[in-house]
Design a protein around this ligand. Structure first.
Ligand SMILES: [Zn+2]
Length: 285
């Protein structure tokens, strides 16, 4: 991976350094050149006056910075602020993930200005990515919130639901945050049961993906249907059903692990009468 994370400032600066500048969750981009959306040091010939700057590391050898702008002023001609999710597909995927890191760290910085124990101001720790209270020495690390995401399979069909939060009306695999004290596998079983009322078995790891909105780590699983009938909770999931690979509803965009799970299902279950799938079906029982 060409991104090399670090927190100590680089020895040499570059006028090509990349700046991921946020204000209220939106990223500063250059307008007018779709190939160079992320501003570089040489582009920022105006005062960006960040509230806080963090060094992220290097991407292909170029230093990367996260910064939080003090005011949502018109920064200069040729610049604009854009929501990160709206840049999916416009920005190269590598840059999306560095921007996601930056968003996550800017959010963490904003929400940890003061010590949660004694209320004194925090300072950046010099020897690691953390904040320390100079009064009581409590250390705060950037928060990462683990969440599971799971493809539940039953007889060549995948369980997809429509979540109240999905604005674009697509259907996706189920997901939910891990609770203190539970394993990720327990989380999978609990979330599926809570959201659609069914039991699952054969829970196995698929892969993971940071989801920096603002600080999730999505841990993907595949599970087999075990028992029960779909009964949606109506609070999070408003509709859920079993779908075959040939008749999928609208699904999430390519970049998400949700889509990778659905693509995995399609790759493995698209031809129900082939020998390959028959053996998988047998294995699942
Ligand atoms: Zn303190």
């Amino acid at each position: 991976m060409p991104f090399n994370p670090d927190f100590t400032l680089p020895a040499t600066e570059s006028d090509r350094s990349l700046w991921f500048v946020f204000h209220e969750g939106r990223l500063l981009i250059k307008t007018g050149d779709e190939d160079q959306l992320i501003p570089r040091t040489r582009d920022l010939d105006f005062d960006i006056s960040p509230i806080h700057k963090q060094y992220l590391g290097t991407l292909d050898g170029l230093p990367c910075y996260a910064a939080e702008l003090a005011h949502n002023r018109i920064v200069a001609d040729g610049f604009a602020f854009e929501g990160l999710r709206r840049l999916f597909g416009r920005l190269e995927e590598e840059l999306i993930w560095v921007a996601g890191r930056a968003n996550q760290l800017v959010d963490w910085n904003q929400n940890h200005q003061f010590c949660g124990r004694c209320g004194h101001a925090n300072e950046d720790k010099q020897d690691e990515r953390a904040k320390i209270c100079l009064q009581c020495s409590l250390i705060n690390y950037p928060r990462v919130s683990p969440a599971i995401i799971v493809a539940v399979i039953k007889d060549h069909q995948i369980l997809l639901g429509s979540n109240r939060r999905f604005k674009s009306g697509f259907y996706s695999v189920l997901a939910g945050f891990a609770e203190p004290g539970e394993s990720l596998e327990e989380c999978v079983a609990r979330e599926v049961n809570e959201e659609v009322g069914i039991a699952v078995k054969n829970i196995r790891y698929f892969g993971s993906q940071p989801w920096p909105f603002p600080n999730s780590l999505m841990v993907g699983f595949i599970a087999d249907y075990a028992d029960g009938r779909i009964n949606v909770d109506k609070s999070e999931i408003i509709e859920a059903a079993w779908y075959s690979a040939q008749k999928l509803p609208p699904i999430p965009p390519k970049i998400s692990i949700a889509r990778q799970l659905i693509d995995w299902f399609v790759d493995n279950y698209a031809m129900p009468h082939s020998g390959k799938v028959a053996s998988k079906r047998w294995q699942a029982r």
